[in-house]
Write a protein that binds this ligand. Structure first.
Ligand code: UD1
Length: 370
């Protein structure tokens, strides 16, 4: 029997970038269990990402327990995937209610579960609330706006996020500036980073290669564009190897491109410890991800973002990141700057100190939600 005053919290995770964000929250809840903690969680995996390399590897490496429930939704169009998550999560909540639904990040699972919970009168907490890129062509921006418009408690990573929320009329007693759970995971695991199996085969050496990731529809969904960007990167990297772990979405498009530059080495999506080993020892990272720009900022690795905007401006104003856009002509000047030793150094944003998960759990314990 659970004690009367126990609060039941659903922790929602669906896609790869969610897993490093939930790990420290779960760890902090587990740590509190033996010493008067009042929180009880149910881990709900929506199944948005289902490949071992996109999901299970992260659970294993980060010590995340098996999900209590897997909604097994799989892939689909934006609406199909969102709708499937909503239908299945609603069924779960109706059969077995909880007091709070905690969502992280900006993926379809985040928005879908927030809508379902709020409509059933279950409070919603959003970890990484308040981020805005202003770019409505990205599904993630729609997910952020919708989720935040129905969130009760915001756990934020930056002053920019706080400001966005204040500006949209959210009272300050619902905004908690806690830091960055993704960075909690990075700092907690840095000593465990390890080289991937291909490290020796590709003769990689520290600072003698770059890392590339690309999966945004704007960059990968047109083969001509993808091919041009890869050509520009391969050329501008001055024969250094560029390690390119390929996301499933990108893989489908790459199959249609006949040749890519020889120094671009495609590999499978990497598990957490191997991927961050690669980043930590690289000369620079080229990416269209948001989360990776936070990790490179903390590791002090130069980062070039293949986007025209970002929801994480502190990675630019304080960190090592720069927006270089998606025009292949911008790639060479950016890489020349790197090779000429002119890349900025950067510093770590406030509260990105490895304690966000603990702060979140302490706040959740004090909320009156049951
Ligand atoms: C999703 C998130 C994005 C995040 C990214 C990280 C949304 C809107 N997007 O994008 O914010 O940066 O995850 O990876 O939620 N697929 C597989 N195996 C898998 C998962 C996907 O093969 O385990 C394939 C499917 O064919 C699918 C495609 O990849 O159609 C895209 O997956 P999806 O979850 O729709 O979006 P992502 O591009 O991964």
């Amino acid at each position: 029997m659970k004690p009367e005053n126990t609060k039941r919290i659903d922790i929602i995770a669906g896609a790869r970038p969610n897993f490093m964000k939930i790990a420290p929250i779960i760890r902090a809840m587990e740590e509190r269990k033996g010493s008067g903690g009042t929180l009880n969680y149910r881990l709900v995996h929506t199944g948005q990402h289902y490949d071992t390399r996109m999901s299970q590897d992260f659970f294993n490496q980060l010590g995340i327990p098996e999900p209590d429930v897997n909604l097994d939704v799989g892939s689909g169009t934006q609406a199909e995937q969102t709708a499937a998550i909503m239908v299945r999560y609603e069924r779960l909540l109706l059969e077995n209610p909880s007091h709070l639904c905690l969502v992280v990040g900006d993926v379809n699972s985040t928005m879908a579960c927030a809508i379902v919970a709020q409509k059933l009168g279950v409070k919603v907490a959003h970890v990484e609330g308040g981020l805005r890129s202003g770019d409505w062509t990205m599904p993630e921006e729609i997910n952020r706006i919708v989720t935040d418009s129905i969130t009760d408690y915001f756990f934020t990573t930056s002053e920019h996020a706080n400001k966005n929320l204040y500006n949209s009329g959210i009272p300050s007693d619902r905004i908690f500036f806690v830091g960055n759970t993704m960075i909690d995971t990075l700092l907690a695991n840095m000593s465990r980073f390890r080289p991937p199996g291909f490290w020796n085969r590709l003769k990689l050496a520290p600072k003698k290669y770059l890392v590339l990731t690309m999966h945004r529809p704007a960059n990968v969904d047109q083969t001509k564009k993808l091919s041009e960007v890869l050509k520009a990167i391969g050329h501008a990297c001055r024969q250094l190897p560029v390690i390119f772990p390929v996301h499933p979405r990108t893989e489908k498009m790459l199959e249609r491109i006949r040749t890519i530059p020889e120094n671009i080495k495609t590999v499978e999506p990497q598990p957490y410890l191997e991927f961050n080993y690669l980043v930590k020892h690289s000369k620079a990272v080229i990416t269209d991800s948001g989360g990776i720009t936070e990790e490179t900022t903390v590791m002090g690795i130069p980062c070039m973002t293949l986007r025209d905007n970002t929801e994480r401006p502190e990675t630019i104003t304080e960190g090592t990141n720069e927006l270089i856009g998606t025009d292949p002509r911008n790639i060479k000047p950016a890489l020349d700057k790197l090779f000429e030793g002119r890349w900025k150094k950067g510093k770590i944003p406030p509260k990105w100190d490895g304690k966000a998960g603990q702060r979140i759990v302490a706040i959740l314990e004090n909320l009156s939600i049951n």
